[in-house]
Design a protein around this ligand. Sequence first.
Ligand code: 5CU
Length: 359
Amino acid sequence: MSKVVDIHTHIYPPSYIRLLRSRQTVPYIRTIDASDRLVILPSEDTNASTSIGRPIGPEYYDISHKLKFMDVHNIDISILSLANPWLDFLPSDEAAKTAREVNDDIDKLCGERNGRLYAFGALPLSASVEEVCAEVERLKELKWMRGVVMGTGGIGKGLDDERLDKVWGILEETGQTVFLHPHYGLPSEVWGEKEYGHVLPLALGFPLETTIAISRMYLAGVFDRYPRLQVLLAHSGGTIPFLAGRLESCIEHDAHLQKEGAAPRKSIWDVLKRNILLDAVVYSEFGVKTAVQVSGGDRVLFGTDNPFFPPLAGDDGAVPDEWKSVTTNVAALQNAFGTLDGLTEKILGGNAVRIFNLA
Ligand code: 5CU
C-alpha cells in the first residue's frame, strides 16, 4: 500500500499570523469578544459584528493540529502551502524579505517533522520579477520545498502577462511545480442580493477563477513556450476539464485569432495531459472520473483543503474528529475506481510520491 499524501493542505505559519494581526485592512485577524476572526476575502469585510470573517483557531497555524488531523485521516505525508491570499497584498519593498521569512518558517516546520511534511513555497509577487525569480531559485535549495503556490493574479495582471515569462522559465528549468489556487473569485454583483453565506463564492467563484486563469495562461501560449512547465490546479481544475472542448471550439472558430496566427499551438487536451496536474478536491465521483479522463490516472492527486471546511458542531454541540470534507473525497475515489488499475491508491498517494520525489 502506497503512502497517503495530501497535496492540498494549508497553513499560516507564525510569522504570517503576526503579519495578519498587525493589519487593519483585508487580509487581517481581529479579536472580537475574545475570539479571533480571520478576514481574508474582500466580501467578508462587510461589518464589524462578531460575524465578520470566520473564526480562526490553532488549526490554522499550530502544526500539532495539522499532524493530529493527518493521523485521524490516515494521511502519511502533507505538502503544505501558505493559504490565500499569500503575499499578494504586500507593498513591493516588503514582499521579498517577507517571502524569505515565511518560506524559511515553513521549511523549518517541515524539517522538524522529518519526512511527514513538505511544502510549496510562497512568492513575493508584488516585488520585482527579478526578486520573484530569486525566490524561486532559493526555494529549489530548501530541503522540504517541492514547488510554489500561486494565486491567479500573478504579478498584477493575471497569468497571461508576458512579464511572467522569466518566472515560468525558472520554474521550468528548476523543475518546480506551480500549485495554482484561487482567492479573488468573481465580482460580487454576479451573486445577486440574497444571502447564501460563502456558498456561491467558494463553490463556484473559486473554481471559475481557476478556470479563467489557466485558460488565459493557455491562450497566451505559455505552454508552447515552456513545454515542461507543470501546473497543479486546485479543486480539480475548476471547470476546465468539462469546458476544454468548448475552449478548443471557440479558438478554432475565432476568425481574428486564426488570421493573426495567435492561437496556441498545443491543443488544450495535450496541455491537460502533459502540463496540468489536478487535485482530487472535487467531492464527487463524477468530478474525479472526469479529472482522470482528461489528465490521466497518473496526474490526479488527493488533497483535503485543511484547515478550511471543518465539520460543524452537531445538535449536541460536539464536533466530530473526522472531517466530512475529507471522507467525501476518499469515498468518491473508492466509488469511482475501487481497485481498478490501482487508481485509488495512485491518487491517494502513489502519484504524489513519484511526482514530488517524496522519501
Ligand atoms: O473557506 C475559504 O474561504 C477558503 C479559502 O479561503 N481558501 C481555501 O483554500 N479554501 C477555502
